[in-house]
Design a protein around this ligand. Structure first.
Ligand SMILES: [Zn+2]
Length: 379
């Protein structure tokens, strides 16, 4: 038995009063984040220092007292994580949060205590009555998970967010007991990840983006052109902008759903899944495609593969070094520099005469590299 985390997302239907409180909390968590980012830029302070200092900020900004204090502490944890990622060279230096940044959200941690033998919990989900109890908001109407009677584990935290089309959500993270099946690996697959063909497997299968995703992409391009024709600040300009935001959201949801589908299929059908490290590759692909296409990044696919594999008792292996998988002949190992050019889709190996599909050949190499890594574990 092991502990796993699972998140449950609910659509929220807050009333007017609750909307005001949510918006206030967005504002206050952002203020705290930015205030201490400024401070940490100037002096060497730790996360612990900022938490200790937080009550002092209340006298300067008394309205901070109105919102859930736990959410303010959470934004200090987020700030600390941003610095940690920066120090580990994973991201750029932390940035200030803008009022109109695309992601408007705050997080609050679950707290429980027994006061006078009465159990108190700051976050609770009642699926029968279709409400979530959140700090300072009390009961908010929810929708989602009709087939569940209760959440199957201990609540860790909740993230409340508003998307670009003005809808509210709560994502509740739950710790669940999960029995991971013991599996002796018999099947292995190598996968090459891309944007046009999302997944190319060493079995020769190419998974393309779903039609619905392409449809949204086309509509987004059309709307973007329309927006550029509109006079900035006019009512039509905002109308188009809002429609565009809704389309982006739909695209995001469709892609998320799609990624969950393909990763699940890969993990269920194979005992070991091997993919490459994506840093260098992402940069190449990002140049070719506009930003919104890489919205759900390739590394997100890897992250999902990792936890799904764990969940089903399978293995996910990521080849650790950058490796020219597309340039090497998977049959004889000959390195063909000409394949560096991304427009070369098929090539004939001058050494052994094999005819290769660029991506399938790459996924074969990834497979072989994965087998090597797997075998090393037994030596
Ligand atoms: Zn060859």
């Amino acid at each position: 038995m092991s502990m796993m985390y699972k998140s449950y997302q609910f659509r929220l239907y807050p009333n007017d009063k609750q909307i005001i409180m949510i918006q206030k909390t967005f504002g206050c968590t952002r203020l705290v984040y930015n205030y201490y980012l400024e401070k940490r830029k100037k002096e060497n302070t730790t996360c612990f220092d900022t938490i200790k200092d937080l009550p002092n900020l209340y006298s300067e900004y008394p309205f901070l007292k109105e919102v859930d204090s736990c959410s303010l502490r959470c934004s200090l944890f987020d700030l600390d994580d941003a610095f940690k990622r920066y120090f580990h060279k994973q991201t750029n230096y932390p940035k200030f949060k803008g009022k109109y940044s695309s992601k408007r959200s705050y997080r609050t941690n679950y707290i429980t205590n027994n006061y006078k033998e009465k159990r108190y919990e700051n976050i609770r989900v009642d699926l029968k009555r279709k409400v979530i109890i959140l700090p300072k908001l009390k009961e908010v109407k929810i929708r989602g998970y009709r087939n569940l009677e209760t959440l199957p584990g201990r609540i860790i935290n909740a993230t409340i967010s508003e998307n670009s089309s003005g809808k509210y959500y709560a994502s509740v993270l739950v710790e669940v007991n999960h029995i991971v099946p013991k599996i002796i690996p018999k099947t292995i697959v190598g996968i090459d990840l891309g944007i046009k063909d999302v997944v190319i497997t060493s079995d020769g299968e190419k998974v393309k983006n779903e039609k619905i995703i392409e449809k949204y992409e086309k509509r987004i391009k059309r709307k973007q052109r329309e927006l550029s024709r509109r006079e900035k600040g006019s009512s039509n300009y905002y109308k188009t902008k809002r429609k565009l935001a809704i389309l982006f959201q739909k695209l995001k949801n469709a892609r998320k759903h799609f990624i969950h589908q393909i990763t699940k299929k890969l993990v269920l059908e194979n005992d070991i899944v091997v993919s490459e490290t994506l840093k260098a590759k992402e940069m190449i692909e990002e140049k070719k495609f506009s930003k919104y296409l890489t919205d759900v990044s390739l590394s997100e696919i890897c992250r999902i593969l990792e936890y799904k594999a764990k969940y089903y008792g399978k293995r996910y292996i990521q080849i650790d070094s950058y490796y020219p998988s597309s340039q090497e002949c998977s049959r004889c190992g000959y390195k063909n520099e000409k394949v560096k050019d991304l427009s070369v889709r098929n090539w004939l190996c001058p050494e052994c005469g094999s005819y290769h599909d660029r991506d399938i050949n790459a996924s074969m190499n990834i497979l072989f590299e994965g087998i090597k890594m797997y075998m090393k574990e037994f030596i």
